[in-house]
Design a protein. Structure first.
Length: 219
């Protein structure tokens, strides 16, 4: 054993909790944080960047698809009740077909786009916004704490951050859970994890419906 081999890995979500072995499924190791209760895929089990992008390219998320728009409305509808006229937003991790941004524009709100693979517009990350949408993104993050700090910095005081991700609830069903079976999903959040984030960043916190959380930055 070389120096450092005995060190236990820190959680990439809260950066304070220690990751402990949780489950191995089909050769993929998963770890659980004792602090924020996030579940994390072991780094050596992740896809390569090219493999990851190839999976994203298979997603059929067309902006005009009625079923997909209904899915996104789980976030857009409660968020729209919070916004004032003239609010400006960012669709962070918008993917190749930014359907949610289009829905928010239809509702009268100006939207900027950012996605590291499909819309790598760095200028979109150089200003602050009244609201940020982040749908089906946070489960893909290798360094989520860095991204949550970035989102906090991009949000104006009093602004809203809307996140959609499938909450991890039942450990007994984890092995066969559809969300786990997506190989690009490397972090899974419990509602307790999201409450930890709210407390850490000083955000107000509400869950308007299943798998959706709205954070409000104090201001």
């Amino acid at each position: 054993m070389v120096a450092g081999d005995h060190e236990q890995p820190r959680c990439p979500v809260c950066e304070t909790g220690i990751l402990q072995p949780f489950r191995t499924v089909a050769g993929i190791r998963y770890l659980r944080c004792g602090q924020c209760q996030a579940t994390v895929m072991a780094p050596e089990c992740r896809l390569t960047p090219d493999e990851e992008r190839a999976v994203y390219a298979l997603h059929n998320n067309e902006p005009e698809d009625g079923g997909y728009r209904r899915f996104l409305s789980k976030l857009s509808e409660p968020l729209l009740t919070k916004l004032t006229s003239g609010a400006q937003g960012l669709d962070f991790g918008c993917g190749p077909g930014p359907a949610l941004a289009g829905m928010m524009q239809e509702a009268g709100y100006e939207m900027a786009l950012y996605d590291p693979f499909f819309h790598p517009t760095m200028s979109a990350l150089e200003r602050q916004y009244d609201f940020i949408t982040c749908t089906e993104v946070v489960e893909h993050l290798y360094r989520p704490a860095e991204v949550f700090r970035q989102l906090d910095s991009l949000l104006k005081p009093g602004g809203w951050l809307g996140i959609m991700t499938c909450f991890q609830t039942d450990d007994d069903r984890f092995d066969h859970w559809h969300y786990r079976r997506d190989p690009t999903h490397v972090v899974f959040y419990r509602e307790l994890t999201l409450a930890w984030l709210a407390d850490h960043y000083g955000w107000q916190f509400e869950v308007p419906c299943k798998d959706v959380v709205l954070f409000r930055k104090e201001g």
